[in-house]
Design a protein around this ligand. Structure first.
Ligand code: NAP
Length: 444
């Protein structure tokens, strides 16, 4: 039996951050991972997705180059070439993670972990013991269709493709559905986005959701809302009685926590109906020695949240703090083309309460207008009528994630509209519109 101060199960962003923080505080830490280091974000999510988004954007810029005076010859996208470059980049990042873990003194143990007792983890034939065990095993795509149909491709497979199908149907219009619909279209794929609600991206401000549809449709993504979806096979979907045929149907209907075969329930850890580990705001499960962070808890499945949870729990356990992670004021972005990003409340959440002023700006950005494009940038500020406090910031347009990231600092500090008004513009930028909004469009 090998003894540690902390065992982390899962070598994704959250698990690695948690293990490294504990090791930096002098703890003897084991991190168990059965696959590659990096987790969803680095290997199957944020990183390769954004690399594919860049490829799509370059295609759009090539098509617009003529308007800027460039003569560009015929071009086509070679997915195999992108795939080869992506593999090299992910190998490089994995190497960086390995190096970081080694240098921080974390013992990286390869194999499948199972909780054998509240303080014991079995990794293949070996037993490890620690007074604290952190489950950071992430999530995987939710299967769609019944057990008799073959599993559909998901974003995991899509990111490993070496050729692009001609026609793709995407089921579900959350983050993944919208991002991949947008990117595949930019890469020349005939793309249909099929979703059961009236608008994609549930949870985002309605003004952004509506404009996301406009952007998708003007890029010639076919959007099929209010869809009653029946899967005939892996290339055919019946939607509201219409049969739609594709070369590939991609399942983007959400993700479920990875808690199978971990022995959690047997050890007394409570799981919810979706299999997520139930934790309190200190990432503690019902068993005092077992914690969980990140997507496996099915709270706010975002990389920076998992990292923050991992670091907070280590600080609490090893230095006696009582830190929590505020899920309400987390900014998030959807990397469609153009992207969108938000922080704070939505207009729908406060509508009818009479306490909020809505400021808006919508314009064709300089670059788009010059190239003769129609795509508009949209910005919204929600401001407390009584307090003058900024309650929500929403944007769809180029650089939205970068702009919202910077504004998140002001938001977190409790900035008021007067603070925004006092700030001089950086000109000419799109972001300056956020400090130039003078009259509210309406009060809600
Ligand atoms: P998601 O955002 O939860 O979206 C799932 C989509 O599938 C929704 O449109 C949902 O519709 C639909 N859906 C679910 N069950 C369905 C069913 N039985 N039939 C038809 N449609 C169904 O999930 P995701 O796109 O897989 O992303 C998973 C998580 O990863 C996200 O919540 C996010 O936290 C994270 N993520 C973040 C980023 C980013 O930060 N840019 C990117 C990718 C993923 P309804 O809305 O009607 O329920």
């Amino acid at each position: 039996m090998r003894e540690f101060d902390l065992i982390v199960i899962g070598g994704g962003s959250g698990g690695i951050a948690c293990a490294r923080r504990a090791a930096a505080l002098g703890a003897n830490v084991a991190l168990v991972e059965m696959g590659r280091l990096g987790g969803t974000c680095v290997l199957r999510g944020c990183v390769p997705k954004k690399l594919l988004m860049y490829a799509g954007r370059i295609g759009i810029e090539l098509a617009q180059a003529g308007a800027w005076g460039w003569e560009v010859g015929a071009s086509h996208f070679d997915m195999a070439a992108w795939q080869a470059s992506k593999r090299l980049e992910l190998n490089r990042l994995e190497g960086i993670y390995e190096g970081m873990l080694q240098r921080s003194g974390v013992h990286c143990i390869r194999g499948r972990a199972r909780l054998a007792a509240a303080d014991q983890v079995q990794v293949d034939g070996e037993m490890l013991r620690a007074p604290r065990i952190v489950v950071a095993t992430g999530a995987r795509p939710h299967p769609f269709g019944d057990a008799t149909t073959r599993p559909l491709a998901t974003s995991d497979e899509l990111l490993d493709w070496s050729t692009l199908p001609r026609r793709v149907g995407i089921l579900g219009a959350g983050y993944i559905g919208v991002e991949f619909a947008s990117m595949l279209r930019a890469l020349g794929v005939d793309t249909t986005l099929i979703y059961r609600s009236d608008l994609p991206l549930r949870g985002f401000d309605r003004s952004l959701r509506e404009r996301a549809v406009t952007a998708l449709e003007s890029a010639e993504v076919r959007c099929v809302p209010n869809a009653r979806i029946e899967l005939a096979n892996t290339t055919r979907v019946d939607v509201n009685g219409e049969s739609l045929a594709f070369d590939t149907v991609v399942n983007a209907t959400g993700r479920i926590p990875n808690t199978d075969h971990l022995g959690l329930a047997q050890a007394g850890v409570e799981l919810d109906a979706r299999g997520a580990v139930v934790v309190d705001r200190f990432s503690r499960s019902r068993v005092p020695s077992v914690f969980a962070i990140g997507d496996v808890t099915d709270q706010k499945s975002l990389t920076p949240v998992a990292i923050a949870q991992g670091r907070a729990l280590v600080d609490n356990e090893f230095t006696g703090t009582a830190r929590t992670v505020d899920h309400e004021s987390v900014a998030s972005a959807v990397f469609c083309i153009p992207p969108m990003a938000s922080i704070g409340i939505t207009e729908e959440a406060v509508a009818g309460r009479g306490g909020v002023k809505v400021f808006e700006a919508e314009f064709r950005p300089m670059k788009t207008a010059f190239a003769g494009g129609t795509q508009k940038t949209y910005m919204k500020l929600l401001v407390g009528t009584r307090t003058d406090k900024i309650l929500g910031i929403h944007m769809l347009g180029d650089d939205a994630p970068e702009i919202i990231q910077s504004l998140a600092v002001a938001f977190g500090m409790g900035a008021t509209k007067a603070d925004f008004d006092r700030t001089l513009a950086v000109h000419p930028t799109a972001a300056e519109e956020f400090v130039l909004m003078r009259e509210p469009a309406r009060s809600v």
